[in-house]
Write a protein that binds this ligand. Structure first.
Ligand SMILES: [Cu+2]
Length: 164
């Protein structure tokens, strides 16, 4: 996993970043040819907290299905793709290989469902700042987004989860 991540980072370095610099504190929208990212956010963390969820709406305006394959961010050792679901009364989380974005449709990464998971966070995420994240799609390629860091406990679901 580590070497795959490194490889991704190396590939990314050679590419032109398509996302524009965005001001903080506003709704962030990034559009490539087909993929549009809206309302990307994560949540503030406390010192020592290693994980945080990442959420956004991914729209696919293209005529073919696309897949989110991986994500990376300088603030975390690794960013995984996760799915959360209820198993009886127990909320369970598992890593998924990819997240499909239907042609002409959208997928929402949200608390309690599909989400990104920042792992091994290097320094606490502070409310109000924004965190760069690079998404890699099978067809659209690399998309860079800035995620707003919302205040802690803005929504239930992920904050209390420590088991991965
Ligand atoms: Cu997760």
């Amino acid at each position: 996993m580590k070497s795959a991540l490194l490889k991704t980072l190396l590939i990314v370095t050679g590419l032109v970043i398509t996302g524009t610099a965005l001001a903080q504190g506003v709704t962030k929208t990034v559009t490539t040819n087909a993929i549009k990212i809206e309302d990307a956010y994560t949540r503030a963390t406390v010192p020592g907290q290693q994980v945080a969820g990442g959420f956004m709406k991914i729209e696919n305006k293209g005529s073919v299905v696309d897949q989110l394959l991986s994500a990376s961010s300088p603030v975390a050792g690794e960013v995984q793709l996760h799915e959360m679901s209820m198993d009886g009364n127990v909320m369970k989380m598992r890593q998924v290989k990819d997240i499909a974005v239907p042609a002409g449709g959208a997928v929402e990464l949200k608390p309690g469902g599909l989400h990104l998971m920042f792992m091994n966070i290097k320094a606490p995420l502070t409310a109000g700042e924004s965190v760069p994240i690079k998404l890699k799609f099978a067809k659209a390629g690399e998309v860079e987004v800035k995620m707003t860091v919302n205040a802690m406990g803005a929504a239930a679901g992920h904050g209390g989860v420590t088991k991965h």
